[in-house]
Design a protein around this ligand. Sequence first.
Ligand code: HEC
Ligand code: HEC
Length: 200
Amino acid sequence: MSHSTPKFLTTLALLGAGLALAGVSHADGPPAAAACAGCHGADGNSTVTTFPKLAGQQQVYLLRELKDYKSGKRASEIMAPFMADLSEANLEELATWYAKQKPAPGVKGDPALLKLGKALYMNGNNKTDVPACASCHEDDGSGYKKFARVAGQHVEYTLEQFRLYASGKRSNGARVMQTVAERMTEQETRAVAEYMASMP
Ligand code: HEC
Ligand code: HEC
């Protein structure tokens, strides 16, 4: 490890290696997926709530995000090092493979929050000009092409992405997501995140 490697990255790399040693292998994925399994799960169904699930995610969306991590357009100190040695063909192979994996079913949280979350997801909030999420992410959260799948995603990961959108730190994609994140209250964000996580 060089002196410039931040300590938390070293810890994460060790964590990844540890999980890999604990028997998480990359199933039948492309060789490049071996480096991802420790964090994103052997089949893309990550069990660590800060690491996004990739299984069943839209191929078009995955490929763009991977290219943006590689170029730095989507900034992540955790993801960037894993992109450095991968070719465009590797990224395409990874996006295609993860998109084909079967997503694990969602997890149901607080029923009171789910009700508010569902209302927001299906209808948005007219008073604050928040559009219906379903209009882009589909009623069942499965997404379409560049519109990310959101069904079954970890609440923790989603909350962090909303913080990044609202602060302008995640700006590689649709401007609409920054606007949406700015306009939603903390309670609304949590409710909609819980609802998306609960989708089958
Ligand atoms: C040390 C843990 C770790 C490893 C190893 C890792 N990732 Fe990630 N990955 C993360 C984290 C954390 C994020 C969220 C980063 C952010 O906020 O942008 C992420 C985000 C992603 C995303 C964006 C998902 C979305 O829904 O927008 C993709 C795609 C991805 N990783 C693919 C990969 C691939 C492919 C590999 C292997 C080549 C890999 N990751 C290796 C931790 C990891
Ligand atoms: C007009 C279309 C549109 C609407 C409406 C919309 N989104 Fe999005 N959303 C996108 C696109 C496109 C992306 C892909 C990422 C990007 O462009 O930054 C995205 C990305 C996301 C992500 C990041 C996914 C990931 O894996 O990192 C989340 C979470 C999300 N949207 C949730 C919502 C929620 C919740 C709502 C409703 C309150 C909503 N979106 C409304 C278009 C939309």
